[in-house]
Design a protein around this ligand. Structure first.
Ligand code: HEM
Length: 422
């Protein structure tokens, strides 16, 4: 077991040990203590302290989100490059501001509240299917539950016809997977193919929607097509921001639900507490977001010379924001490595902060709350059938598989298999 100093000294996002994917938190703790502004071999820096991460989020002029310079060597002149450099999250104002305003207009608290009845219906339908498998049946909670919720919700947001939704999740996984710090040739190829197929699909959808517009109050695609105040997006901007929106709401929310259900099994006392006090679910969702942040990393590049955490950075220095680490920083969160479903205040940065803060956070919170509370009420005694299997990803933290027995009956002899390193 390497000591903390060695963990911090050896840390390189492009050369991560297998154990990091299972449990990155010892490494993050070592970095916060010994190298909070960690210079990596490629010249970028990794920030692990809460205060530094928040400071970067708040200063979007000095810490740019424009990724053209960074992504060109990574993707070359390819569909992935075109996609990622066109989506709002990887752009600065004014382009960012224009796209964001259009999307945010359809995701106000009022719009989100109106989505709840359909969401409840969807969740209950999935729970019925799980229950129908019979007592003692093993179910992968990621495939059969967590991932099946966002795909519908985000599909509704752009009014994608139900029968056309099947490929969305795989496209999304392939495109977001290409944001990992290191990539194989195969991952690049799959990612590029996914962008090409997604664009082709959306071209057809946009054409149909132009011919038959939806209600701009609730249909984001119609809003984006129509534009606002005489301004609208180019065809290219439109397609890539739709892809981004469909992707942004998928894996992150799947992981919030999966991480939440897994956390409750790792912390049985907290599970009992939530069963006894279901009204805590809103706070519990915030704690799952903090404790196992679905999106662990953010990225910026410096526009000029600047100092952060006492370290001078040159212009054009790529900066990785350790969201997952910031959310475990003991300087900000008491007993940070403990899951406390009633934690308050809980000012985590799982949704980022500042001008790019997640547009879909209200929706993600609602999905997390409805999915976890209804699952727990229906299957209070669920337990793992085999150890949880983490996806081998540094940026998006979730499970490849969560095989469980969703037993509805309370029992006094629940056994919880220990986590293992895949
Ligand atoms: C648990 C679920 C989610 C998490 C953890 C999450 C996390 C994040 C984070 C950290 C950012 C900031 C990126 C940055 O500053 O560089 C972000 C941005 C964004 N998210 Fe989410 N997100 C989630 C769900 C969603 C959903 C459901 C939607 C869509 C309905 C969505 C749409 C967006 C968009 C459009 C942006 C870009 C905002 C901008 O650049 O101004 N997200 N998200």
């Amino acid at each position: 077991m390497p000591d903390d100093r060695a963990l911090a000294d050896d840390f390189d996002l492009k050369r991560l040990a297998g154990s990091f994917y299972v449990d990155p938190y010892p490494t993050y703790r070592a970095l916060r203590e010994h190298a909070p502004v960690k210079r990596m071999p490629d010249g970028s820096v990794f920030l692990s302290r809460y205060a530094d991460v928040v400071a970067v989020y708040k200063d979007s002029a000095t810490f740019s989100s424009d990724k053209r310079e960074e992504f060109l060597p990574k993707y070359g002149d390819s569909p992935l490059f075109e996609h990622h450099t066109t989506s709002l999250v990887f752009n600065d104002p004014p382009r960012h501001t224009r796209v964001r305003r259009l999307i945010a207009g359809a995701l106000t608290p009022r719009h989100i509240a109106a989505m709840e009845p359909r969401l409840v219906e969807r969740v209950d339908m999935l729970l019925n299917v799980i229950a129908a498998r019979g007592e003692g049946a093993e179910v992968d909670l990621i495939a059969a539950f967590a991932s099946a919720i966002p795909v519908e919700i985000i599909g509704n947001l752009l009014a994608v016809p139900n029968e056309e939704r099947a490929p969305l999740r795989d496209w999304s996984l392939a495109i977001l997977g290409a944001l990992e710090p290191t990539l194989t040739g195969e991952q690049l190829e799959i990612g590029n193919r996914a962008v090409r197929e997604f664009v082709l699909y959306l071209e057809g959808l946009v054409e149909r929607r132009r011919a038959e517009p939806g209600d701009p109050e609730v249909d984001v695609l119609t809003r984006l097509i129509e534009g606002e105040g005489g301004e609208s997006l180019s065809a290219h901007e439109l397609l890539h921001n739709c892809i981004f929106l469909l992707n942004a709401g998928h894996e992150t929310t799947t992981n919030l639900i999966g991480n939440g259900l897994a956390c409750l099994l790792d912390w049985p006392d907290e599970k009992v507490r939530l069963l006894e006090r279901p009204e805590l679910v809103r706070l519990a969702v915030e704690e799952f977001l903090r404790f196992e942040s679905s999106n662990q990393l953010g990225n910026r590049i410096t526009t000029g010379a600047v100092e952060i955490g006492g370290v001078a950075l040159a212009p054009r220095t790529p900066v990785t924001l350790g969201i997952g680490s910031a959310n475990r920083d003991a300087e900000q969160f008491a007993d940070a490595d403990r899951l406390d479903i009633a934690r308050a205040p809980n000012r985590h940065v799982a949704f980022g902060s500042g001008i790019h803060q997640c547009v879909g956070m209200g929706l993600a919170r609602l999905e997390g709350k409805v999915a976890i509370s209804r699952f727990l009420a229906r299957f209070p005694n669920y337990r793992l059938a085999t150890p949880a299997l983490r996806a081998q990803r540094a940026r998006f933290r979730g499970h490849a598989r969560l095989l469980a027995v969703p037993d509805p009956l309370p029992s006094t002899t629940t056994t919880i298999p220990q986590k293992t390193t895949p």
